[in-house]
Design a protein around this ligand. Structure first.
Ligand code: GLN
Length: 238
């Protein structure tokens, strides 16, 4: 890690986990920080390399079962993400990346595989594959508008006490119990691709606010509003 003044964004294991535009989440954070005059340094950490501990926001994406298992093993052995979170860093974990953060998740045959135990969630195989658009009303404490995104997963996730659902689903499956994703401390987990932060810029700003420790000035969001309107109109009854 180089400079102390820049916001440090760490993109974990792009060689294993990055489906359905998940890398776009990194671009959105970079852009929304830079448009507010915040300098950014981004680190792409491949799975053979150690996860640096000095980042401000960490991101991890979704993927298939085998790379997911490999990523869980490497993250557990490495320990860098645990240390970064203990220091107060923020994290956005998507789909396979989200499941990995918990105590257990379902492998290729549905067998239980150990997660990295960063948050109190447990995942397993659901009845069938959840594929398509998801919409949901975000937890009122977050003050965010309707959640929108695309999901494609077999897993279902149970949240332990102290971990709150990110949203209540109106369309789609999410965690499989009428809720979608979770948040706890400065960690956000979600099943949403699409990429999630392009479709939910408010969530991007929440992560940035946690990282910089201050409210951010508003920016012109008309492009994002058009994208959200188009996606939500396609799925929600009006
Ligand atoms: N392999 C996991 C599942 O099917 C995650 C899939 C994904 O990341 N899109 O539940």
């Amino acid at each position: 890690m180089q400079s102390d003044s820049a916001l440090r964004i760490v993109w974990i294991y792009p060689d294993l986990l990055s489906t359905y535009g998940d890398q776009g989440n990194v671009l959105i954070l970079e852009q929304r920080a830079q448009r507010r005059g915040i300098p950014v340094e981004t680190f792409h950490v491949r799975s053979a390399d150690p996860v640096p501990e000095g980042g401000d926001i960490y991101l991890i994406g979704g993927g298939e079962d085998r790379p997911q298992i490999l990523a869980a093993e490497r993250l557990r052995r490495d320990g860098g993400l645990h240390r970064a979170i203990a220091r107060g860093a923020s994290l956005l974990a998507v789909c396979a990346g989200y499941q990995i953060m918990g105590t257990t998740f379902g492998g290729e045959e549905g067998q239980p595989v150990d997660g990295i135990g960063l948050i109190d969630i447990a995942s397993g195989r659901g009845e069938g594959r959840a594929v398509g658009e998801l919409a949901g009303e975000t937890d009122s404490a977050l003050g965010l508008p309707t959640l929108t995104g695309f999901e494609n997963h077999m897993g279902v996730t149970r949240l332990g006490p102290g971990v709150r659902p990110l949203a209540r689903t109106t369309i789609g499956t999410g965690n499989g119990d009428g809720t979608e994703g979770c948040y706890t401390g400065r960690i956000v987990g979600t099943y949403l691709h699409g990429p999630a932060l392009a479709r939910n810029p408010g969530l991007a700003d929440l992560l940035l606010t946690w990282a910089v420790g201050a409210q951010l000035p508003p920016i012109d969001d008309s492009w994002f509003e058009r994208l959200r309107e188009e996606r939500l109109t396609a799925v929600l009854p009006r």
